[in-house]
Design a protein. Structure first.
Ligand code: HEC
Ligand code: HEC
Lengths: 256, 347
């Protein structure tokens, strides 16, 4: 009898929870060892200012008006122990114009790490799966309607070297199949072989720079004069992807 | 002990289930969803689109239909999907090579009929659309078609209490977003199945071909089915059939999507079902009759590097064979589909 009522109690508790639909599963705030990862759009290490004039490696002037990219599978790792990984959210659109889209909170199951990794872009399967929601909502302006597929990353601005009549440059980089793939797996390490140990009740913040200047000069030399306009998948888009894959670095780590 | 644990788990699961059901009911004062069956016609292959994550319901279909006929999906209210896709033309644009769009502009391709879309792996003449659900985005945002933004369309729908109610019924709450709109539109477009032509009845043993139709069918099987494969009358491939490039539009077809010169001037093989209702013909509507298309294969194929080997040497069709072929192609008209009230605007 006693045992029986135990079951009923159990069942009742279970039911109560199951009806609480909006139960927050953002348990990052509950755990004490939270890591914040904050992406910082920069140009040559300095925080990006929209419409501020910059100069790239080819001596070309440019200003930036939009900078956005998809992030997924953000995880912390320890290259020494090989311990993977705590994965965060599927697909978030990081937008330089919307501050809170640039930070992510992770609660790892282990406390030491020396690097982080993530995917930049949208996996091929999610490019061919029909109507999507949340940050993959095509209303976000990161979906090609005439040639189905996501724009993995977007950089727009102006330059006197642009060959387009209005002097703008627009790099909409996408493509998800074969050699035209533009999703990139990114890994960045904590500088100087250091490692980070999380402490209880402390919030550790890792600042990751995303350096726009690398779009022009990285694995490939891509001057504005030679291309001001990339709006479709192809080998050129893949070259930009190689370049943006190299734009990230861990800039600093703080504890508070 | 084992047994007791099992029983207790069972009790909990059962209880949980009942309670969840109860939760559902609380929020759902509207009518219950009536499931809708999608029937694959006898002899048809499995559809490409399987309604995964988009369960077909009577109410979902009705919502999709309302959207399909609603001008508010376009910028000035004048260009619903149905303005270019007219039922009496098997949902093609009747009698126009190009369709009217926003601000006195025209589409740059001939609007195809809409039927048996769930069997398409890629949509549009160049196959640029890889999934039926995302297809409506293309006309909605195209400047020369509906010329609207996704955000504006969603805002207009949200403003309408009727839509809010319908979305709530179909999706469980009043939230209206692009994903839900697209899924609902898909329920309507997906249900446009055409499999009731005389040809189908003959195949099912419910009717007989005339002599001319029968010999036309034989010519067709010998010379056309390599691309216009039964029962869909397309193999969904992209082919260059030797139509010289349209000098004004310079439409390179599939190559526009793949960037591959081997795909130059390739277009999706159109279904020939309802072909007598969908004139004019070809990706740019350059042919005004089926007879003219057949004459293209007989006399006018222009060879380029990517021209299909099946048509490179033209297709030999005698005048007699052509008459029979035309008779056969007329058996592909599905009058019941074209007149089906279920797909007509409700008012
Ligand atoms: C202004 C005219 C116009 C409007 C409005 C329009 N369409 Fe179309 N539709 C076309 C044309 C033209 C094509 C061919 C496009 C191409 O191949 O590039 C097409 C193609 C399609 C196809 C692909 C068929 C195939 O065989 O590949 C579907 C499905 C479709 N439209 C559905 C819709 C829906 C749903 C809407 C409303 C959201 C809509 N259309 C609005 C003109 C229009
Ligand atoms: C090599 C593949 C191939 C063969 C063989 C072929 N077709 Fe086609 N057919 C196509 C393609 C591709 C198109 C679209 C061409 C375009 O618009 O560029 C087409 C278009 C058509 C159209 C116009 C349909 C529309 O809705 O616009 C008709 C009618 C047609 N074909 C009839 C036939 C007949 C009859 C035969 C046999 C004598 C035949 N075809 C053989 C590939 C083929």
């Amino acid at each position: 009898m006693k045992a029986g009522s135990g079951y009923i109690l159990c069942a009742l508790l279970f039911l109560l929870c199951s009806c609480q639909k909006e139960l927050k599963n953002d348990n990052s705030t509950l755990k004490s060892n939270t890591v914040h990862i904050v992406f910082r759009p920069v140009v040559k290490g300095q925080p990006l200012l929209f419409n501020q004039p910059y100069t790239n490696a080819f001596g070309e002037d440019y200003t930036v008006t939009a900078f956005r990219f998809y992030i997924s599978a953000l995880s912390l790792k320890n290259n020494n122990t090989g311990f993977p990984v705590t994965s965060e959210v599927k697909y978030r659109l990081a937008d330089a114009a919307v501050g809170n889209t640039l930070s992510f909170a992770i609660s790892p199951d282990q406390n030491t790490f020396n690097g982080l990794s993530f995917q930049l872009g949208v996996d091929s399967i999610d490019n061919v799966s029909g109507a999507q929601g949340d940050d993959l909502d095509p209303a976000r302006g990161m979906f090609w309607t005439w040639n189905s597929g996501y724009i993995m990353a977007k950089l727009e601005g102006a330059s006197s070297y642009s060959t387009v009549p209005n002097g703008n440059f627009t790099y909409h980089i996408g493509g998800f199949s074969g050699e035209n793939k533009t999703m990139r797996s990114i890994s960045v390490s904590v500088p100087q072989g250091r490692q980070i140990t999380l402490k209880d009740n402390r919030i550790t913040t890792v600042f990751v720079n995303a350096d726009i200047d690398k779009w022009f000069d990285g694995a490939h030399a891509l001057s504005i004069a030679s291309n001001a306009f990339v709006h479709s998948p192809g080998s050129l888009a893949a070259s930009y992807a190689d370049n943006y894959a190299g734009m990230f670095s861990i800039a600093s780590i703080t504890e508070e | 002990m084992m047994r007791r644990t099992v029983i207790s788990i069972l009790i909990m699961l059962l209880g949980g289930f009942l309670f969840l059901e109860a939760c559902k009911k609380q929020g759902d004062t509207a009518t219950a969803l009536i499931p809708l069956q999608f029937t694959v016609p006898v002899g048809f292959p499995d559809p490409v689109y399987k309604f995964e994550n988009n369960p077909l319901t009577q109410q979902g279909f009705q919502l999709g239909k309302k959207l399909f006929f609603d001008g508010r999906l376009s910028k000035d209210g004048n260009f619903p999907c149905a303005s270019c896709h007219q039922q009496f033309a098997a949902f093609a644009t009747f009698d126009h090579p190009f369709s009217h769009g926003f601000n006195n502009q025209f589409t740059t391709r001939n609007a195809p009929g809409l039927f048996n879309v769930v069997w398409m792996k890629e949509l549009h003449w160049d196959g640029g659309i890889n999934h039926i659900e995302v297809q409506p985005l293309a006309p909605i945002v195209a400047e020369n078609e509906m010329a609207e933004t996704i955000d504006n369309v969603i805002a207009k729908l949200k403003d309408d209490a009727g839509y809010r109610q319908m979305f709530k019924t179909v999706f469980g709450d009043e939230e209206i977003n692009s994903q839900r709109m697209l899924k609902a539109l898909t329920q309507f477009v997906a249900m446009l199945v055409s499999a009731g032509s005389k040809y189908d009845k003959v195949k099912r043993g419910e009717a007989y071909f005339t002599e001319a139709e029968q010999s036309g069918y034989e010519v067709f099987q010998a010379k056309c089915t390599a691309c216009h494969a039964e029962p869909l009358f397309t193999d969904n491939s992209f082919r260059n059939t030797g139509l010289p490039v349209n000098e004004i539009l310079k439409d390179i077809g599939r190559m526009h999507i793949t960037g591959n010169p081997a795909d130059s001037l390739k277009f999706k093989v159109p279904s020939l079902r309802n072909v007598y209702a969908t004139f004019p013909y070809g990706h740019d509507g350059r042919y005004y009759s089926v007879s003219a298309v057949i004459d293209h294969y007989r006399y006018a194929v222009v060879n380029g590097p990517a021209t299909d080997p099946l048509v490179k040497n033209k297709i030999a069709i005698s005048d007699y064979e052509k008459q029979d072929l035309l008779a056969f192609l007329q058996t592909l008209t599905d009058s019941a589909f074209i007149a089906n009230k279920r797909f007509a605007q409700t008012e």
